[in-house]
Write a protein of this length. Structure first.
Lengths: 234, 301
């Protein structure tokens, strides 16, 4: 007696989810290349990453427009509505992550073509970047599988990135008096900060996973009131 | 809160003196005080249903309905065709009494009193609990006589002009018809006719208004007017509405009840059952029952 209807609408929504989450693969690729840029001070690759960000922005515009069209024409409710709302957030996160890669790549000419001033700091930033790429793929998997546990685990993974960022800060402070080295260290700190923000965006995607599944939006970690956060279940 | 509600709130807040005068005017057709006991505010119950079952010639149409309907709420009944929404709605003012072979079982309390008690006069019930139907059904009379019909029958002939004006204002129709009250009601548009039926309904000072698909025969503009009107009317009345239009339920109602058809094991008999009853926002953003989710998102039905 119960007959399934609105099949095309369901398929369209599935495709849009895949496209939006596919944006995370684009970002992961961009971040991978950005790390190469940092490691080898590769100005040409930096220009490529900057130009390639148009693809991420294009994905944002395309999927965003289609989601708005679904809202206008299909009157989604309940889980579909929560999914569309979450995807709009995720798209924004993806777009921001791409911009952060661009921000890092724009820094690179400023540090010149000289060899790195501090190998240790570069190593830390590369480790941060790799950890952040893990976060990106984990956020994607958590969304695809509607896995709140995996989404929540992003907070723990992001703490690793945050700690590395603080270590970078310590190294920058200890870089010495030479003005060139100090300028280099400050610039690298900006890069580390950009990577750290990418990690935060991945955690935000995890929060959207929890919203889709439970219908409740709660920040996993509230930076302005860290003491008031309820303990994570499990 | 829906956009429409917000817009309506703003209108109310902004209209100032005029709105207050209109409200005072409408208060003059307010419900009799004995049915407006003060105190417990929004959670006061108009109807309490416990295990209500309606049968036609011994066959169940709806079964096991237990729910409270609150005062000054718009309560929406939604569900697929044949789930018994209209049957349930008709229980609330004993309209089922008019159908041969219909029988209502279980407890149905109206302001704490048994609506189907032996001492209750169904005619009195329908005075207090008015009904608006799917198709506008004005009498083939003038606009004035349509609205004055109820009060005249009830012998309330004093201040009839004010009663008619108040009811037409209450139904947001006055400005459109005040210069042609003597014209035949059939000359009005469908949307206007439906608002005339609402005016006719509130002219007898009911406590509750039942609406059975009141907008299904109307265009979107007229529908919007009726929906705005419902949000205004709930300040004074309690409203129960049956609708097939999910978005309408989402826009106007405070609470939504979802009924669906249930079949017995050999699929010979079918009846309606209440699946979920909750705040409307909850029903449309995060329903508890998978069947509700599938229905409100239009995936099955």
């Amino acid at each position: 007696m119960v007959e399934e209807t609105r099949i095309h609408y369901g398929e369209e929504l599935e495709q849009l989810e895949a496209s939006a989450l596919g944006g995370l693969d684009l970002v992961s690729g961009a971040l991978g290349r950005t790390l190469e840029v940092v490691e080898h001070q590769d100005v040409e690759l930096a220009q490529l990453v900057i130009a390639d960000d148009d693809r991420i922005d294009g994905r944002y515009l395309e999927v965003h427009q289609s989601l708005i069209a679904l809202l206008a024409t299909q009157s989604p409710v309940a889980t579909d509505l929560r999914l569309i709302s979450a995807l709009l957030h995720v798209l924004k996160n993806v777009e921001r992550m791409g911009d952060q890669c661009v921000n890092i790549c724009k820094l690179i000419p400023l540090t010149g073509n000289e060899p790195p001033a501090d190998e240790q700091m570069v190593k830390l930033i590369l480790t941060m970047g790799r950890q952040t790429r893990t976060l990106i793929s984990q956020s994607k998997r958590a969304f695809e599988e509607r896995d709140v546990g995996l989404a929540r685990d992003l907070v723990r993974q992001d703490d690793v990135v945050d700690n590395l960022n603080r270590e970078c800060f310590g190294l920058a402070l200890a870089i010495g008096e030479d003005p060139d080295r100090r300028e280099w260290a400050m610039t690298m700190l900006l890069a580390a900060r950009a990577i750290e923000r990418i990690g935060d965006n991945a955690v935000d995607i995890g929060e959207q996973v929890a919203f889709v599944v439970t219908g409740l939006f709660r920040e996993f970690e509230d930076a302005s009131h860290p003491e008031e956060m309820p303990p994570a279940p499990g | 809160m829906t956009n429409r509600q917000m817009a309506s709130d703003e209108t109310r807040a902004g209209a100032g003196r005029e709105a207050r005068e209109a409200a005072a005017e409408r208060a003059s057709i307010a419900v009799r005080p004995e049915f407006r006991p003060g105190g417990s505010g929004r959670r006061e119950r108009v109807f309490q249903l416990k295990g209500v079952e309606v049968l036609y010639s011994g066959v169940s149409a709806v079964k096991d309905i237990s729910m409270d309907i609150h005062r000054n709420d718009v309560t929406a009944l939604i569900g697929p065709s044949g789930c018994g929404k209209s049957t349930l709605l008709r229980c609330f003012n004993r309209m089922n009494d008019l159908i041969p072979g219909a029988e209502v079982r279980g407890d149905l309390l109206y302001h704490g009193e048994d609506l189907y008690g032996p001492a209750v006069d169904p005619v009195q019930v329908r005075k207090l609990i008015g009904m608006v139907f799917q198709k506008p059904n004005p009498f083939p009379k003038s606009i004035y006589d349509n609205v004055a019909f109820g009060p005249r029958i009830l012998g309330r002939k004093e201040n009839l002009d004010q009663t008619v004006e108040g009811a037409l204002k209450g139904a947001a129709l006055w400005d459109e018809v005040k210069d042609r009250l003597d014209s035949n009601a059939y000359g009005l548009s469908g949307g206007q006719q439906q608002r005339l039926c609402i005016a006719r309904c509130i002219a007898v000072q009911p406590d509750t208004i039942l609406m059975d698909e009141p907008c299904s025969a109307l265009d979107p503009i007229s529908t919007g007017k009726i929906e705005d009107l419902m949000i205004e009317l709930k300040e004074e009345f309690s409203i129960v509405i049956v609708t097939h239009n999910m978005q309408q339920a989402a826009r106007v109602s405070d609470r939504t009840a979802f009924l669906m058809v249930e079949l017995d094991a050999d699929e010979q008999n079918r009846w309606g059952r209440l699946v979920e009853y909750d705040e409307t926002e909850r029903i449309f953003t995060n329903p508890r029952d998978k069947r509700t989710e599938d229905y409100v998102s239009g995936k099955v039905g």
